[in-house]
Design a protein around this ligand. Structure first.
Ligand code: BT5
Length: 411
């Protein structure tokens, strides 16, 4: 079986489904007859489900009963919820892995199809942008990466990060009722704190995309964060005190992502999604400080030429000198395109360093590569539109945005 077949156990999925459909106890005999297998096989599968974390009562003469309301993340749980023809059609699940982005890149290199989804209950080397890390403790959050193979030029790929953010924003709102907002380009925030980060990596040659990996980390039921995550991290649970079934939230994310991504594929820009995106922009109408921008005053962007930030070049891809890496997207220091050594490149940092500037509440000095002004919205190509204090409109095509009042800092 191909890599996406790892751990496939249709019987286990069917046993789980039978238990989920039953309001009360279900006898081993009844399940055995329904599925056409022996009672011993049923017992073995129930044992495996229990080992996966499901609480299943086994009472003599009555049968099995699944205790509902728990949040077990398993491949079977995901398969029961995914029914699309392409998105998440193949699901690989890890109880623990290094990074789901690393796993998807390996699958992409093996030729796995668009829509392949890797989900992990825990990441031990979760990646943020620019070599930063991402906290993904066991049993609490969503760590997932989706393989895409869009048939458009590499310069369009960064818009995928934006449509993905919109999809996740919708999904969090649907599943929790919380007022999730988008912090252009990569983050989702709730009440001023970061609940989700997105890491998009691309492998391309000349004018063709080989693949794009969209990595999404959502803090769902996380009760607390390590101090290193900073005061800016939050989870859905911390915001409303309720736990959410992560498999369900993943399935809603996939449904919304499919909708947004197909919209992008059709339009080749964000025009069909801009109104909604603007409505959810936490930065809109607020002062932003943009560091390390590559932008032309007066928005001198040729249509279709904007390179939005947040897409890193995936490993093992020969880079023609001066070709595929678009302006405004810097290669992090020491990231010499060695296979297996991709460096995320979220934007050009002053001096080439990968400093995390988000917590600073500082007015931009307005020097080279820095811009201070009011975020007006996003262009159809995904660039952040910033009006400076002289009334000049800039289209920011790369960099990181620091917004006053966001991440828990008072206005
Ligand atoms: C991001 O980077 O926000 C992108 C995070 C992407 C994570 C997903 S999980 C699935 C897939 N597999 C991976 O290996 N990665 C992707 P960035 O904007 O650079 O933010 C990273 C910074 O956020 C860190 O330096 C910490 O300060 C902080 N941080 C770490 N873990 C956090 C968490 N769980 N929640 C909020 N902030 C966190």
């Amino acid at each position: 079986m191909a890599a996406h077949g790892e751990g496939i156990d249709f019987l286990k999925t069917q046993v789980l489904q039978s238990l989920k459909e039953s309001a009360g106890y279900l006898s081993g005999q009844a399940i055995a007859e329904k599925l056409g297998i022996s009672r011993t096989a049923i017992w073995k599968n129930v044992r495996q489900l229990q080992a996966d974390g499901y609480q299943i009562e086994a009472v003599p003469n009555r049968g099995y009963r699944l205790i509902k309301g728990e949040d077990v993340l398993s491949r079977e749980e995901l398969l029961l919820l995914m029914d699309d023809r392409w998105i998440a059609r193949y699901v690989v699940f890890y109880a623990e892995t290094d990074s789901t982005n690393v796993r998807v890149k390996a699958l992409a290199e093996m030729g796995e199809p668009e829509g392949t989804l890797v989900v992990a209950d825990c990441q031990v080397a979760g990646k943020g942008r620019l070599g930063r890390w991402w906290s993904s403790p066991r049993g609490t959050g969503i760590s997932m990466s989706l393989l895409l193979r869009p048939a458009f030029a590499p310069r369009f790929a960064p818009m995928i990060t934006l449509v993905c953010a919109l999809a996740v924003c919708r999904a969090i709102r649907t599943c929790t009722g919380l007022p999730a907002l988008i912090k252009w380009p990569n983050d989702i925030v709730i009440n001023g704190k970061k609940v989700c980060g997105i890491l998009t990596e691309m492998s391309s040659e000349e004018e063709a995309i080989s693949y794009v990996v969209v990595g999404i980390g959502i803090n769902v039921n996380t009760p607390e964060f390590p101090p290193e995550a900073g005061v800016t991290a939050t989870s859905c649970y911390l915001e409303n005190g309720r736990t959410v079934n992560r498999a369900w939230m993943i399935s809603v994310c996939m449904r919304e992502l499919k909708d947004c991504y197909e919209n992008l594929l059709y339009a080749k820009d964000l025009s069909g999604l801009l109104d909604e995106y603007s409505q959810y922009m936490v930065n809109k109408g607020k002062r932003v400080r943009v560091l390390g921008t590559a932008q032309a005053p007066g928005s001198a962007q040729a249509p279709g030429s904007a390179q939005a930030p947040g897409v890193a070049q995936a490993p093992g891809v020969a880079q023609a000198p001066g070709s595929a890496q678009a302006p405004g997207v810097a290669q992090a220091p020491g990231s010499a395109q060695a296979p297996g050594n991709a460096q995320p490149t979220g934007g050009v940092q002053p001096g080439g360093s990968a400093q995390d500037v988000r917590d600073q509440d500082v007015q931009a000095p307005g020097g080279s590569g820095e811009l201070s002004g009011v975020a007006m919205g996003v262009s159809p190509q995904g660039a952040l539109q910033v009006m400076d204090d002289d009334g000049v409109l800039h289209e920011v095509i790369s960099g990181e945005v620091s917004v006053r009042g966001v991440y828990g800092y008072a206005e």
